[in-house]
Design a protein around this ligand. Structure first.
Ligand code: C2E
Ligand code: CA
Length: 347
């Protein structure tokens, strides 16, 4: 709608009130015919005076500002920065859709970062990390493209590709025959609510005759920092299959230590911030020691992630961490780089 004589803050206020009307479902019809309508509105505000855009430009701007509203789940007020961000976002969505759906995962690759036994220093696992080279020639970090893939509903085909390729490559390298090898794959929270998740994993293992005990799936807790019944069912199903479950990004910020014994996982991975500056921070050292001791008491092993210095490694080993991962040992490697270093698993 076009409105005269109001400023942007008044328009935002109207927009917010419109959105608030959709907070609850609308009841339609009467008697037996009653039904609820759930609708999610998008509200875009564009100040026409300030712009001097042509009609067709204006349509594009409106479309992109509406997309911003959808992405933010709130009223979007046009400005050039927002417009550029949405433009980039839409370009990324379009390219991801094409690469995943039509072009056979064109532009995607998997890198592998070694996980090291903290006591022996031997390589004993790999974490598969997804990479995407956008068609405009840029490496987009997974922290940027994975949330977009999730929002677009494309995480299942992407994960299917990641799991198949990682399992196939580890099989080809013969790593599944090593006694203590484990391949770690990251799983999105959306997959943990998928009733077919366990079946999908079983299928891949069967396809490549890959032993379930050599696979671990890294999961993160939802926003409320607990697992719901559906997620717990998936965790149980995976464990019944013999696949280990790793709680990723375990931090002291939100985790209550009392929960440790109830965590339905075999391994937890501490987030990088937990070990930052650990060599000089006696409080954090003590905290880590408590986490390790409580985890061990609950039969959970601990992986420290993001180990960058020798000194960090020494402190972590001293505190009883079981496994380590980080640039000190190796950055994530391309399959070509890794195939030249397979001796590290047996050295
Ligand atoms: P993450 O699971 O926490 O992965 C660890 C990240 O830390 C990786 O970033 C890795 O490159 C980086 N890292 C490793 N060692 C060090 C170190 O010593 N210092 C520092 N500063 N960083 C280190 P990356 O590869 O950019 O991945 C980012 C995130 O994207 C991952 O975080 C993971 O949550 C997600 N991701 C990557 N691949 C996949 C995938 O296939 N599926 C899903 N669902 N998520 C993925
Ligand atoms: Ca991870």
């Amino acid at each position: 709608m076009a409105m005269r004589g109001i400023d942007s803050s008044e328009a935002e206020d109207i927009g917010r009130r419109v959105m608030a009307r959709f907070d609850r479902p609308w009841l339609l019809g009467t008697g037996e015919e009653q039904t609820y309508l759930f609708a999610t509105p998008a509200v875009a505000i564009v100040e026409l005076d300030a712009m001097g855009a042509s009609q067709s430009e204006l349509l594009g701007i409106l479309f992109r500002t509406l997309s911003a509203s959808r992405i933010q789940s709130g009223v979007a007020l046009y400005n050039e920065t927002l417009d550029r961000e949405v433009h980039d976002q839409l370009r990324m969505e379009e390219a991801l859709e094409r690469c995943i759906r039509q072009e056979g995962m064109e532009g995607f690759a998997l890198h592998y970062q070694p996980i090291v036994n903290a006591v022996t220093g031997k390589w004993c696992g790999l974490e598969a990390l997804c990479r995407w080279n956008a068609p405009w020639n840029g490496a987009v970090p997974p922290d940027t493209f994975i949330p977009v893939v999730e929002r677009m509903g494309l995480i299942h085909p992407l994960s299917h590709w990641v799991t198949n390729l990682a399992v196939a490559q580890c099989k080809e390298w013969g790593l599944d025959t090593l006694e203590d090898f484990v391949l770690n794959i990251n799983v999105s929270p959306i997959q943990m609510r998928d009733p077919l998740m366990v079946e999908r994993v079983r299928e891949v293992l069967e396809r490549y005759s890959y032993p379930s005990t050599k696979l671990a799936l890294e999961i993160t807790e939802g926003t409320e920092f607990r697992f719901d019944a559906q997620e717990e069912a998936v965790i149980e199903g995976l464990q019944r299959l013999g696949v280990a479950v790793v709680l990723d990004d375990f931090g002291t910020g939100y985790s209550t230590f009392g929960r440790l014994r109830k965590l339905p996982v075999e391994i937890l991975k501490t987030e990088r911030t937990m070990i930052e500056n650990i060599e000089n921070d006696s409080y954090n050292q003590y905290l880590l020691q408590v986490v390790v001791e409580l985890a061990h008491a609950a039969n959970i092993k601990v992986v420290a992630e993001g180990v960058e210095t020798q000194r960090e490694q020494e402190v972590l080993a001293d505190k009883g961490v079981d496994f380590m991962q980080g640039f000190l040992f190796s950055k994530p490697l391309t399959p070509g780089e890794l195939s030249g270093k397979l001796h590290m698993f047996t050295a």
